[in-house]
Structure formats: C-alpha cells, structure tokens
Design a protein around this ligand. Structure first.
Ligand code: ATP
Length: 257
C-alpha cells in the first residue's frame, strides 16, 4: 500500500531521516518505535506531505506521491490525525465531526452553493454519518458538549472519529496513548482494532507505550538515528540487542545530562 524508498530528510546538514526504505501492506497495523529523536515524527511528516523529502520516493497505492501536497494525499485516503485545532474547542463534539472536509472534492458544500436542496441533503448526510461515528466511538452522550471540555482520552477518540468522516485508507496515528487513562486506552485500542479488521483501515502508529504496541502492532519497526534499525514481531524487535542498545544509549545520555 505504501512504499518508501531511500527517504532522506535533512535539516541543514543534519539528517533526521537517513535513508529509510519501508513497505506497509494493506491491512497492517504497523508500529513505529524508537528512542527520542530517532526520526519517527519527521518520517510521519514526510509521509503525510508536511515535508518534501530531500531524497527518496513515496508510492501510495502504486502512485508516486512524493511531490503531492498534504491535501492531495488526504483526498487519496492518506490521513494523519491531528490534535483538535484550538479554535475547534468551542465547537460541539458533533460539529467537530461535521466540519471535516469531505473525501471527494466535488462533494463540498460550496460547489453546490446554488442548489439549496442539494446543500441540505449533503448536510443531512454528513450529520447522519457524524451521529453514526459518535455511536461507534461511544461518545453519543457528549455529542453536544464543547470539544474543549472532553478528557484527554475522549479527545483521542474524537480525533479518530474525524478520520472516520473521510473514508480514510491509511491512517497515521502519532502517540495515540499519550495522556489517555487506562479505561479509555482499552476503548481506543478496541476501536483501532475494529477499524482495522472490519473497516479495512491500515494504520501506522508511533507509540512509546509498549503494551499498546504489543497488543496492536504487526509488524513493529524500530528506528534509531534516522534509520530503520530492525523490523518484525514485537518480541523479536524488543529483544534485539541493537534495539536495547539504542534505548539504553538514550537512558545513559539522559542520565548523563
Ligand atoms: N524542523 C526541524 N529542524 C531541525 N531539526 C529537526 C526538525 N524536526 C526534527 N528535527 C530533529 O530531527 C531529529 C528527529 O526528530 P523527531 O521529532 O523526528 O524524532 P522522534 O523519533 O519523533 O522523537 P520523539 O519520540 O521524541 O518524538 C531530532 O534530533 C530533532 O531535533
């Protein structure tokens, strides 16, 4: 589904991503791990289109997307979850889902401006879809709450819900477990699994929570110093001496600092 070939992302003379070649197959939940500063987020930015790589190519569903903009990738079904924008905190949970841009550019309300019946129909369809997404995420009881009032875990569920409004194919999740309590974490994991198994979503997730990685991810890819160190089953990756060394290096450095 996604093929990265020799990706380099340099900032000045520093290569945050240094020659990454990686394949993501349709239906996988790929876990991206590695110590702080390994280049994981930078690689996400390259995949999502926020950065154009210094070298290398990205193919998505067989098409070279290396030079496509973020929104062009989004319309192809390559979606990255982002924290709910600050100005959306005042909107209700339901409205936060309804304002996600539609998947097909032709479906946007502005294009149908002069046909009010169509506008009403499209708006009603979007509302219905948003209501279904809320039911799936078990957030119906907070549909009319301001998004800013949600707990950390509920916000993560809502972020996932925003991707569900787009008919995403490949979803990039950046540290979904961060700041989420244990109960909601289980729910988040369960929803990711259902979206993967029943809705056919493919995921790449960056995560420091190894319990979540162990439960959800196959394969697991470990990066260090901008490179892919190793990949495979979680236990094999975790027990790889090079991985231990990369994490240990981080601990030693942090302790020394
Ligand atoms: N825009 C930038 N300009 C310069 N250096 C950058 C930039 N973005 C990232 N870096 C550097 O690239 C390296 C990789 O950073 P990145 O955020 O990708 O790591 P990470 O693996 O996501 O780390 P963490 O787990 O701590 O989030 C770091 O040394 C960082 O300081």
């Amino acid at each position: 589904m996604l093929e990265l070939e020799g990706i380099v992302m340099a900032f000045g003379g520093f290569r945050a991503v240094d020659g990454v070649t990686l394949r993501v197959e349709e239906g996988q939940v790929l876990g991206l791990i590695g110590p702080n500063g390994a280049g994981k987020t930078t690689l996400f930015n390259v995949i999502a289109g926020a950065y154009t790589p210094t070298a290398g190519t990205i193919r998505f569903l067989g098409e070279d997307i290396t030079r496509l903009r973020t929104d062009e990738r989004f319309h192809k079904g390559l979606v990255r979850t982002f924290q709910i924008p600050h100005e959306f905190h005042r909107l209700s949970v339901l409205e936060n889902l309804m304002v996600v841009p539609p998947h097909q550019p032709g479906e946007n309300l502005f294009a149908n401006w002069f046909d009010w019946r169509k506008v009403r129909r499209v708006e009603e369809e979007v509302r219905q879809k948003a209501i279904e997404v809320l039911a799936f995420l078990e957030l119906t009881h907070v549909a009319n709450e301001r998004a800013g009032h949600l707990s950390g875990g509920q916000k993560k569920l809502l972020e996932l819900g925003r991707t569900m409004m787009t008919d995403a194919k490949l979803v990039l999740l950046d540290e979904p477990a961060a700041g989420v309590n244990r109960t909601l974490l289980r729910k988040l994991e369960e929803k990711i699994q259902i979206l993967n198994r029943e809705w056919g979503y493919t995921f790449i997730l960056i995560e420091h929570d190894m319990e979540m990685i162990a439960k959800l991810c196959h394969p697991v890819v470990c990066m260090a110093e901008g490179k892919v160190l190793t990949q495979g089953e979680f236990l094999d990756v975790r027990n790889d001496p090079r991985v231990l060394e990369a994490y240990l290096g981080e601990t030693v450095t942090e302790e020394a600092a």
